[in-house]
Design a protein around this ligand. Structure first.
Ligand SMILES: CSC[C@H]1O[C@H](OP(=O)(O)O)[C@H](O)[C@@H]1O
Length: 371
């Protein structure tokens, strides 16, 4: 099958497949909560278990959770006992509602669910066969996975041109193979620059509270022999004041039509410091991260379990239970602090309210007024 052959060919370029569809109706994923201590793969036939994996961040990273949501709908279709197309569509809507409830910020999740449901409805309008609709859903979910890998590789090619030989790049959180269907967004740009022979150094922030930088980015870069220095999140100002950072490359969870960028908590701080020190600040994200209905800073920000802040790698550090804790998983960087946004369809630059709709192929007044 064409799609499977393309997936196989692309997968050969990846050092790791963090999530996979198995043709007997299973999804297999790497539980990244256990990296770097263990590499444990899990699998399920039940979309509810996959929803739990997204909510508990066994699978995390905006593109990865979009792919996981699509594969969750593929599981619902594969295992549905529907006797007609109407029942199958109902089963898919029920699964979509469960998957939508997992995490509120990454737009990729909602984009992927809407795209698979749209394909199911189109298939249902063309055929009354349950198997035809079932197969269309599975194929669309696999295509979303394939396209994510292709987009990562394309963003790498485009973004690597912004990196000079000898640069030191600061990056935040994890935006590599462990945050996507494989290869990475910001880390994909770094990979591509290294593959082109550029000698670069990376400064990775640890990224509290869940340490995606220390645990995942360092693990990925060390595996590939890419020079990486780990710093704590509160050292960003220091390294920039010492002139140790040439450029910043980060990922995104949701980008609005006018260039507001939701990303891992701490990104806004890095953007302000980069602006203060004249360091270019680049965002790398596939167009599946762009919310075409939203303008302005009012992006839904996930508030996670306070225990993630009260503990460090499971060790309680706040023993007084009545201490209040804030745990926003993301913050929003305004467009004026973003040097450029690298997507698989090209680079968006200011004014974003013009360049982003152009990248999406929209007319400039297509988006709904955001908050
Ligand atoms: C290419 S990953 C994009 C984005 O997702 C991560 O969030 P989380 O680890 O909470 O899923 C982080 O914000 C990355 O920059």
């Amino acid at each position: 099958m064409e799609l499977d052959k393309k997936l196989e060919k692309l997968a050969s370029r990846l050092r790791i497949r963090p999530i996979e569809w198995l043709d007997d109706g299973r999804v297999r994923w790497l539980d990244v909560r256990l990296i770097p201590w263990e590499e444990v793969y899990r699998e399920t036939r039940d979309y509810r278990r996959l929803a739990k994996a997204i909510r508990d961040m066994e699978i995390r990273g905006a593109p990865a959770i979009g792919v996981a949501a699509a594969l969750g709908l593929a599981l619902a279709a594969f295992h549905s006992k529907a006797s007609n197309v109407g029942e199958l569509l109902k089963d898919l809507e029920e699964a979509a509602n469960v998957l939508r409830e997992t995490r509120p910020t990454a737009y990729n999740l909602f984009w992927a669910i809407d795209r698979v449901l749209e394909r199911a409805r189109r298939a249902a309008s063309e055929s009354s066969s349950v198997d035809d609709v079932r197969n269309a859903v599975i194929e669309e979910a696999k295509r979303i996975m394939l396209e994510d890998i292709e987009a990562n590789i394309r963003m790498g090619e485009i973004g690597a041109k912004l990196i000079q030989d000898g640069d030191t790049i600061l990056t935040h959180c994890n935006t590599g193979a462990l945050a996507t269907a494989g290869y990475g967004t910001a880390l994909g740009v770094i990979r591509a620059a290294v593959e082109e022979g550029k000698r670069i150094r990376v400064i990775a922030t640890e990224t509290r509270p869940l340490l995606q930088g220390a645990r995942l980015t360092v693990w990925e870069l060390v595996k590939e022999g890419i020079d990486v220095t780990l710093i704590t999140d509160n050292m960003v100002g220091y390294v920039m004041s010492k002139g140790l950072v040439d450029k910043v490359f980060v990922g995104a969870d949701r980008i609005t039509l006018d260039g507001y960028v939701a990303n891992k908590i701490g990104t806004y701080t890095i953007a302000v410091l980069a602006n203060r020190h004249g360091v270019p600040f680049y965002v790398v994200a596939p167009t599946s991260t762009i919310d075409p209905r939203l303008r302005g800073p009012s992006i839904p920000i996930e508030e996670r379990d306070p225990d993630e802040v009260r503990t460090v790698v499971g060790k309680v550090v706040i023993t007084v239970p009545e201490v209040r804790v804030l745990n926003p998983a993301f913050d929003v960087t305004p467009p004026e602090l973003v040097t450029a946004i690298i997507t698989e369809r090209g680079i968006a630059t200011k004014p974003y309210e013009k360049s982003i709709p152009r990248i999406l192929g929209l007319k400039e007044d297509d988006g709904e007024k955001g908050g």
